[in-house]
Write a protein that binds this ligand. Sequence first.
Ligand code: NAD
Ligand code: DAU
Length: 332
Amino acid sequence: MKLVVTGGAGFIGSNFIRHVLAAHADDSIVNLDKLTYAGNLKNLADVTDSPRYRFVHGDVCDAKMVRDVLRGADAVVNFAAESHVDRSLVEPDAFLRTDVFGVFTLLEAVRELSIPRLVHISTDEVYGSLATGSARESDPLRPSNPYSASKAGGDLLALAYWQTHRVPVVVTRSSNNFGPFQYPEKVIPLFITNALDDQPLPLYGDGRNVRDWLYVVDNCTALDLVLRKGKDGEVYNIGGGHEVENIVLTRDILRLTGKPETLIRPVKDRPGHDRRYSVDSKKVRQLGWTPKHPFGKALETTVAWFREHEAWWRPLKSGELKAWYRQQYENR
Ligand code: NAD
Ligand code: DAU
């Protein structure tokens, strides 16, 4: 299969490219990425020289460039997005642009070039906060922050292109991913790297918000399955099945890094902070997916990876990310 992966230099995209190249000897991949602050070609250093991999620097909102790159592809997998909720609260413009208009640009190109499959990567956040139970794919979308609202826009647009133009889209809605190469602004890599540096862990609000954690390698096997076996016009939830309160997760990270709980620093809550996400993953399990990495073991592996890859994360924490946090504090 000739694949185009957009946003492949980010966290999940780079793990997905590595997975596909290893699992499917006949597949080749073109990775189209804008290289925003979150895109990092070091995430793919081990596959850069593969004759089955090629990188193209570009923006999914650039219609001409997107058409040129997509021509002749068997499938497109769209990871490209602005992905961090906190940033969407202060700089929402880029979210609307990439997460809505970028999806539109891809849909138009897929339609014009009659590409047989577009997997659009959405998120469980589009369902909004759930007090009880788990969201089914047919449930209404109730996004509550600019990130999830933009993602819901792209998600619904993709489904509308199936309804109106029979553009062969499949939409996935995964829960919170974690693992190697996650940018250290997201809670797990942020807390691991802060703990390793004996820095405070800024826990929002009462620390009792719940997320359902999914190891990125398990997400990639689910996405790969949906790419090959998913049905056009369908949505597939992909949940880790491990719901945990942030305070419990924080204590786990401190235990695994061998650091004291005195590092926990309760801070002002995130505005509009969703209390709990939960998805019902029956449908993707019926396609044949089962997650293979139990949470405890996967978190241990992730902590070990960050310990061993300081050269990867240290420049990120001391450069752009530090500047971003400084700007946040100055604005308060
Ligand atoms: P990330 O922020 O690590 O990576 C995003 C990538 O997209 C980067 O490489 C960036 O350079 C690229 N990009 C951004 N704007 C672009 C543009 N206009 N054109 C081309 N490339 C662009 O994100 P991630 O955590 O790997 O998430 C990937 C996808 O999965 C996103 O669509 C996100 O909404 C979705 N998702 C993430 C999670 C999670 O827990 N991380 C869970 C569910 C869904
Ligand atoms: O649910 C899927 C979503 O998961 C993805 O669509 C998003 O791209 C991804 O960023 C993630 O969103 P969250 O907002 O859930 O992830 P984040 O890592 O930012 O926060 C996880 C929880 O930890 C959340 O309840 C907020 C809390 N938190 C986060 C940070 C960064 C803190 O308490 N302190 C922090 O410093």
